[in-house]
Design a protein. Structure first.
Length: 202
């Protein structure tokens, strides 16, 4: 979300000799963040290809950080589009939607309902969730997916909820022109990412 920062306060004073009144005018200006539309992106690669992917991104003018399983960077959607068009070593490019800690389904629902799903899902669109849970109190992946699906349905009219199919490479694939969300629960920390490499993103 864009953040607002308060600018310096400008004060103008004026005095009248006859009345000896002091008039103080304080003007406070607020300007938006200089980085209003940046996204946390991640190019998913096969093990060992991370450094090669980082060099490809550098050639596209994107300064990425090598991590296990891919390369991360922060940038506008235009950088995500460039990565999708020109990367040869990445199997997909995802954008981080949210990360939070949840120990109960009540906490999960509260966080899911706060997310701005309209930012990624159009009215009447189709959505699919691929959920994995490891070493977490919320270990039932179908139940977790159901909570996220209900949150989307509350915000997006006419949305259709599907289910992603399993694959042999990175474990997830949309079954059609649907927006795929990848949800990972590890040690009670939930990470939600949107797949930008599918047809729904175009």
């Amino acid at each position: 979300m864009p953040e607002l920062e308060q600018a310096a306060t400008v004060a103008e004073t004026s005095a009248r000799d006859t009345s000896r009144f002091l008039i103080v005018i304080i003007v406070v200006t607020v300007k938006p963040s200089v980085q209003p539309n940046r996204h946390s992106a991640f190019a998913v690669t096969a093990p060992g290809l991370e450094p090669i992917c980082a060099r490809e991104l550098a050639g596209l003018g994107i300064d990425g950080t090598v991590e296990e399983g891919g390369v991360a960077w922060s940038g506008p959607l235009e950088s995500v589009a460039r990565a999708n068009l020109w990367l040869r070593t990445a199997s997909r490019v995802i954008v981080r939607v949210a990360e939070f800690r949840a120990l109960t389904f009540f906490e999960l629902e509260r966080h899911a309902n706060k997310l701005n799903w309209k930012r990624f899902v159009a009215r009447g669109g189709r959505v699919e969730f691929r959920v994995t849970c490891r070493k977490s109190r919320l270990y039932h992946s179908d139940a977790v997916a159901q909570r996220f699906a209900q949150a989307v349905e509350r915000q997006v009219p006419g949305v259709q909820i599907g289910k992603a199919v399993e694959t042999d490479d990175d474990g997830s694939q949309s079954t059609g022109e649907a927006q795929l969300f990848i949800v990972r629960f590890v040690r009670d920390v939930c990470t939600v990412s949107a797949d930008t490499s599918g047809a729904a993103w175009l």
